[in-house]
Design a protein around this ligand. Structure first.
Ligand SMILES: [Zn+2]
Length: 232
């Protein structure tokens, strides 16, 4: 019998395949999930399974409280972090976590990624934020849930669809989007922005941020009611 979650599982499987393909992870690093809002569940990569061995049937379906509703394997250990984000932000439909090298480098340096150029401004109109470092108490309490809470804390005054990415200090990036495909796209974009910013800062430690007028121009070309980039 075909699973009632077949469609979301197939999309999550395909989105997970993009992670090694885009050079965003080695071995089993990283995970993608997607929300089926109508059914109140997410599908997510199982814990510790290689991307090349991953099958659609391996994906785990859990409800928004984290209870497994379908699947034989254990869900990704990062599942509670994904769930914190889905519960808080009704606008998102996909979440990605990787340890992609350049983005993780900035996260380990505990630095936001400065908005140095128009490639960055095309995607978000501010620096890529970096959370604070987790306290010892939070690590002891519930590490994965607290990772989600740290992200929410960092986004108290941000719209997650305007800033679809974050660096978790000392750890690595999380990205999201209205769909799992968009969340993966944002993970690849973030890695590229991180690499470009690293090169920029290496060449000039005092490199200037892009002027506000250019930031707004580039962001608004692609976002909002007056967007005109691409095809109708
Ligand atoms: Zn991680």
């Amino acid at each position: 019998m075909v699973s009632q979650y077949q469609e979301i599982k197939e999309r999550v499987w395909a989105a997970n395949q993009e992670i090694p393909k885009r050079g965003l992870a080695i071995y089993t690093f990283g995970n993608v999930s997607a929300l089926d809002a109508a059914r109140g569940v997410i599908a997510i990569k199982p814990s510790g399974v290689d991307y090349e061995k991953l099958t659609v049937d391996d994906l785990v379906v859990v409800d928004l409280s984290g209870k497994i509703v379908e699947g034989k394997l254990r869900p990704s250990s990062d599942t509670p972090t994904h769930l914190v984000l889905y519960r808080a932000w009704k606008s998102i439909g996909g979440v990605v976590h990787t340890h992609s090298t350049s983005a993780t480098g900035w996260a380990q340096a505990r630095l936001p990624i400065p908005i140095y150029g128009t490639t960055h401004a095309d995607h978000l109109a501010e620096d890529v934020p970096c959370t604070s470092v987790m306290s010892d108490e939070a690590v002891e309490r519930d590490y994965e849930v607290e990772t989600g809470n740290q992200i929410l804390e960092c986004f108290k005054n941000r719209d997650p669809l305007h800033v679809p990415m974050v660096l978790v200090a000392g750890h690595g990036p999380f990205t999201w989007g209205e769909t799992p495909e968009k969340a993966v796209y944002n993970a690849a974009v973030l890695e590229e922005l991180a690499r470009m910013a690293f090169v920029t800062r290496t060449l000039d430690v005092d490199a200037a941020r892009l002027p506000d007028r250019l930031i707004r121009k580039h962001f608004e070309r692609k976002h909002g009611k007056n967007a005109y980039y691409g095809q109708k």
